[in-house]
Design a protein around this ligand. Structure first.
Ligand code: PGA
Length: 264
């Protein structure tokens, strides 16, 4: 058995699943995982903006957090097409994801924007999930560690230690995400998670830095989930495609929990 203090399981449904499908998904997940104690386990689902309110009302917060996939960095203003933290609070979001690889690399966001969102979201008391990860090119050039350290430092600039209790990190190597990609090996993931934890400790000290959960994402599937989850520095799995069917997601959760032993 692998000893851990807690473990996180989450999914981002990207631009899939409308209102009815999202509701059915979270209700099924809630039901399938009903007998799993949440003392050491945190579940979360990050669906499309338009489905957040329905999802939040469909299942209790004790069962899972519901998050937003992005957020504008101002409370209001002339930002056509953006959704503000005030609006996200209104629909009941608990968590906001910032800096997903598709936001950075398909939609062109920068660390500066991610940082503004993190600071603003923390003001509104959201759990902020900051995604970091090197591109395939950075990996080729042996720059993975530098890339991730830089994203962390820039993304978290100005975040006070007392606010770090509301920050989660997802390590998602760009080359490992989505259709046709290769998942990171468990050894590679462990090394990168150690780098992230080290960077957090340098910035915030051991007590605060080591308390920040670091989740792995990028082609997690039923075959590799247990191996990844068994690594010392992997505090959770952040899953795309393999989690979009509630039963399949639940299967991964069961398999992982079967090898974990929780200690206080
Ligand atoms: P994937 O997506 O599991 O489908 O690779 C991961 C993600 O984008 O977070």
């Amino acid at each position: 058995m692998i000893r851990k203090q807690r473990f996180f399981f989450g999914t981002n449904t990207k631009m899939y699943k409308g209102i009815a499908e999202t509701r059915d998904f979270v209700v099924a997940l809630d039901r399938l995982n009903a007998d799993i104690s949440r003392d050491h386990v945190q579940l979360f689902v990050i669906p499309s903006y338009t489905t957040i309110q329905t999802a939040r009302q469909a299942v209790p917060v004790e069962s899972m957090l519901i998050g937003a996939q992005n957020m504008g960095w101002a409370d209001e203003g002339q930002f056509t097409g953006e959704i503000s933290p005030v609006m996200l609070q209104e629909v009941g979001a608990d968590l906001v994801m910032v800096g997903h690889s598709e936001r950075r690399h398909v939609l062109g966001e920068t660390d500066i924007e991610e940082n503004k969102k993190i600071l603003k979201g923390l003001q509104h008391n959201f759990v902020m999930l900051l995604c970091v990860g090197e591109t395939g090119e950075e990996k080729e050039l042996n720059l993975s560690q530098e890339a991730v350290r830089s994203q962390l430092k820039r993304g978290l600039a100005g975040v006070q230690p007392e606010d770090m209790a509301k920050v989660w990190i997802a390590y998602e190597p760009v080359w490992a995400i989505g259709v046709g990609s290769t998942p990171a090996s468990k050894e590679y993931a462990e090394t990168m998670h150690q780098v992230i934890k080290q960077a957090l400790v340098e910035q915030y000290g051991e007590m605060v830095g080591l308390a920040v959960p670091v989740l792995y994402g990028g082609s997690v599937n039923p075959e590799n989930a247990v191996g990844l989850a068994s690594q010392d520095s992997v505090d959770g799995l952040f899953i795309g495609r393999s989690a979009w069917d509630a039963k399949r997601f639940h299967g991964i959760i069961r398999d992982v929990l079967a090898v974990l032993e929780f200690v206080d």
